[in-house]
Write a protein that binds this ligand. Structure first.
Ligand code: SF4
Length: 312
């Protein structure tokens, strides 16, 4: 089969909604059939966010009305999300073994982006000189995973930066659930969310990648969708969605303390502060090496809603 290209992805992203629905239903059916053949139970990984709401609805509307959803609760989600999840039928709630506070204290804050936080973690903790040098200076060939000049100040900061929260708060609980229930998830990620996801889509050759080893199988049936498609779908079918999306300034609905993308405006902290001030204060007081998340965000230049702008 001819390998996929970026231009193929862009062509698919420009398809009309009906064509995308057909394509996605085909991908869900293929995934469900694969699960049947390999003795696994399919489910939709459900975050209560826009994409996974669309994915769960598509799966139940067109493929299996009893498709289960699974939500991983860190205890640090917007209360609106938790309420919405609890009101959605047939959703199992799982939990990580560590709290966000413990994860921050042990591994550091999730700042900037997954890739940059990973680079920082390696620079701060890796025993491999070679890896540290790569994260700092690259190898003259590859460009991914190198700490950008703008974030070099993080190296000498007194707190730690890391992307480990994702593994500890999300990935491991799902892996444990999959093992204990012999299940496999579909996820609602979209290729257009980042360059990295675009490359993943192209390298995998589509929405599904099937392996003889079910743990290596991956299904992301909404890969070619955009945010606009998700909203069009929700409005067309009158799908219930979480009320947090009606609040201006919400750009993501994961953990409320997440510092990924905070440098791009910090709007989500303003929303959190105005809707749930206690939760906001709790998040700002998470510490790494005795320094608070508030301190780290200030150092990034994020204008926090309960602080005066600096006067020059
Ligand atoms: S949403 Fe942010 S803070 Fe939460 S697990 Fe994912 S990366 Fe970490």
């Amino acid at each position: 089969m001819k390998p996929l290209t970026l231009s193929d992805l862009h062509t698919r992203q420009a398809w009309p909604l009906n064509q995308k629905i057909d394509h996605t239903v085909g991908a869900i059916e293929a995934f469900v059939n694969y699960c049947k053949e390999h003795g696994r139970a399919p489910y939709a990984s459900f975050s209560g966010g826009l994409n996974s709401t669309v994915l769960l609805d598509l799966a139940r509307r067109y493929v299996d009305p009893n498709m289960p959803g699974v939500f991983c609760s860190t205890g640090n989600e917007y209360p609106e999300i938790v309420r919405f999840v609890r009101h959605t039928k047939n959703v199992t709630i799982i939990r990580p073994t560590m709290t966000p506070r413990e994860v921050m204290a042990r591994y550091g804050f999730p700042l900037v982006s997954k890739e940059q936080a990973h680079a920082m973690r390696d620079i701060q903790t890796s025993k491999s000189e070679k890896l540290r040098n790569y994260r700092l200076y690259g190898d003259g060939i590859r460009t991914c995973g190198i700490l950008a000049r703008r974030w070099r100040y993080l190296i000498t900061e007194p707190y730690m930066t890391s992307e480990k929260c994702y593994e500890l708060l999300k990935k491991r609980p799902f892996a444990k659930y999959n093992r204990s229930t012999q299940s496999l998830p579909m996820v609602g990620t979209m290729a257009g969310e980042s360059k990295r996801r675009e490359m993943t889509y192209i390298n995998r050759g589509g929405c599904n990648i099937f392996s003889d080893d079910p743990t290596k199988t991956h299904s992301a049936p909404l890969s070619i969708w955009t945010n606009t498609d998700c909203w069009d779908y929700i409005h067309r079918f009158d799908v219930p969605y979480c009320s947090i999306y009606d609040v201006p300034g919400i750009d993501r609905t994961g953990c409320v303390f997440c510092g990924f993308g905070a440098h791009l405006g910090g709007g989500r902290f303003r929303v959190l502060y105005s809707l749930h001030p206690k939760l906001y204060q709790m998040a700002m007081n998470y510490t790494s090496n005795g320094y608070t998340l508030r301190y780290a965000l200030r150092r990034m230049g994020v204008q926090l809603p309960d602080e005066q702008p600096e006067l020059f």
